[in-house]
Write a protein that binds this ligand. Structure first.
Ligand code: SF4
Length: 164
């Protein structure tokens, strides 16, 4: 299976979500949270027109001479976003494009945005290789992992699928 940034993100968020999405049980359009995320993303994209680029199976929000910039609607899952961005940096680096990662979290109803930085060093590359193997093993399982029963489930696109 060809990994994407979304699959890496979901692996950190919830392994069941990662399995469902990777096995094409796709309920994303039903989620209000995902809908809001797309609108915020579109607003930011329109503001900085023509900066999103697609390479292979990844879509990068912005790229500057120094940074690959990933834009998120909240900082609810920093670890997931960090590894998603590192995955993008790795894909770019394999094409000879070397950048640092800058992640901007746009909070709803807030003027300020939180920014964190990541760099693709040897440790990150090794961890990404391990992650890619773990994810491939997970999504090849015949059935998904159990629901995690966590407060974040209420904001998840799969909530109805998992609990109702
Ligand atoms: S609702 Fe909860 S258990 Fe189900 S996929 Fe989403 S986060 Fe995972």
């Amino acid at each position: 299976m060809k990994l994407t940034g979304t699959i890496i993100n979901y692996y950190f968020h919830c392994k069941r979500q990662c399995w469902l999405f990777s096995n094409r049980v796709n309920l994303e359009d039903n989620s209000e949270d995902v809908h809001i995320g797309r609108i915020l993303h579109q607003i930011e994209h329109d503001r900085k027109k023509d900066t999103e680029i697609k390479i292979d199976n990844i879509a990068i929000d912005r790229i500057t001479p120094e940074y690959l910039i990933e834009i998120k609607k909240s900082d609810a899952d920093v670890e997931a976003t960090k590894w998603q961005t590192l995955f993008y940096l790795k894909v770019l680096s394999q094409k000879g494009i070397h950048r640092k990662g800058k992640i901007e979290f746009l909070e709803k109803n807030k003027q300020d945005k939180k920014v964190i930085f990541v760099e693709l060093d040897e440790n990150a590359i090794k961890k990404l290789e391990d992650l890619e193997n773990e994810i491939n093993d997970l999504v090849s399982e015949a059935t998904p992992p159990n629901a995690i029963n966590n407060s974040k489930c209420k904001k998840c696109a799969y909530y109805e699928y998992c609990y109702i």
